[in-house]
Design a protein around this ligand. Structure first.
Ligand code: PHE
Length: 345
């Protein structure tokens, strides 16, 4: 039996030496030292031995047991130490690594150009106000001399909002011009306001048309305001944004709410009027629509057209930004492509 004990010890120790993790070690413990383990089974057999044999075998068995237990403890400590070292290594922090840079936010290109536009007019005494994006048909069209059957409605198709009892009366505004009327209804002259905001149109989307875009409306009403005041104000604006040597051009255009109506262009600052790709070989860049506010519109808000007159204008900030920064597709503004947006710092 002593031989068996020694054989068991040698086997157990050989196995133990090839163990490399705590899981295997536990299996080993159960196999040899567990309640149903090999050594325990042999210890149980001690009772069957004769009284002469028992002391020697008992001593040998206890030695084997003690040996296995101490080897087990040693191995366990060794493996635990190794596991701790591994965990430490995994969690190690290299404090000398440079920090990750925080992503700095920046203003959207539309916001940047809006600020520039508003600043220019604020310097000239205009006040910034805002109006609703969801608008009544009355303000978007009727009050601007565009009744329901007017052909000009074709230029401004939009999205309608369903409204119980008032079908077809509520819409997403197609321009900021409704604010001419809203401002005049609430105030008396002198009026000098600038109204930035989002507008919507039912458009076939292409590089120069989006269904959502911004406009900036301007309105100046007082006694004795003339077409010359309009030209002076708008020319000053164009030079603030596009350079002091800009030439400006006003040509007749039609908007039902102004009379006379114009479109305003600046000479192309790339080719200085000679003709290039930016201006489509015309030498001119259109930057806004404008005109003298129609007397009927003034009457409607209770302004006496024989006493008061004034001008209004509307411009597209995206178009201004496109011209200033050489952007050739308006869809880039609202498609959230960071490769585009990150260029405006
Ligand atoms: N609201 C016009 C448009 O959207 C622009 C405009 C504004 C023209 C004011 C004249 C005066 O096209």
């Amino acid at each position: 039996m002593i031989d068996q004990l020694n054989k068991l010890r040698d086997e157990a120790l050989a196995e133990l030496s090839s163990i490399h993790d705590l899981g295997e070690l536990e299996v080993w413990r159960v196999k040899y030292l567990g309640k149903k383990g090999a050594l325990t089974a042999m210890l149980r057999q001690l009772g069957t031995l004769s009284p002469e044999e028992r002391p020697a075998v008992g001593q040998a068995a206890n030695q084997v047991k003690a040996r296995l237990e101490s080897q087990f403890a040693e191995k366990e400590a060794e493996l635990q130490q190794a596991a701790r070292a591994l965990a430490m290594e995994r969690e190690r922090v290299d404090v000398t690594l440079p920090g990750r840079p925080l992503a700095l936010g920046q203003l959207h290109p539309t916001t940047r150009v809006l600020k520039e536009i508003l600043d220019a007019f604020v310097t000239m005494g205009f006040q910034v106000v805002e109006g609703p994006e969801v608008e009544w048909d009355y303000y978007n069209f009727e009050a601007l001399n565009i009744p329901k059957d007017h052909p000009a409605r074709d230029m401004w198709d939009t999205f309608y909002v369903s409204m119980d009892g008032k079908p077809g009366e509520m819409l997403l505004r197609t321009h900021t011009s409704p604010n001419q009327v809203r401002v005049m209804e609430k105030t008396r002259p002198p009026v000098r306001v600038i109204v930035p905001g989002k507008c919507y149109r039912y458009e076939a989307i292409d590089p120069s048309h989006e269904s959502m875009f911004y406009q900036v409306e301007g309105l100046a009403i007082d006694e004795n305001i003339t077409f010359a005041d309009m030209k002076g104000t708008l020319s000053a604006f164009a030079r603030m944004l596009f350079g002091q040597d800009r030439k400006v051009r006003f040509r007749c255009d039609y908007f039902p709410f102004v009379e006379p109506g114009v479109d305003m262009s600046i000479d192309c600052y790339v080719c200085k009027g000679a003709g290039c790709r930016l201006c489509g070989s015309t030498g001119w860049l259109e930057i806004m629509g404008a005109g003298m506010v129609h007397p009927k519109e003034l009457e409607r808000v209770g302004y006496d057209p024989s006493v008061y007159s004034g001008f209004a204008f509307g411009l597209g900030p995206e178009r201004i930004a496109m011209l200033k920064s050489g952007i050739d597709d308006i869809r880039l503004f609202y498609s959230n492509d960071l490769r585009f947006l990150r260029q405006f710092r």
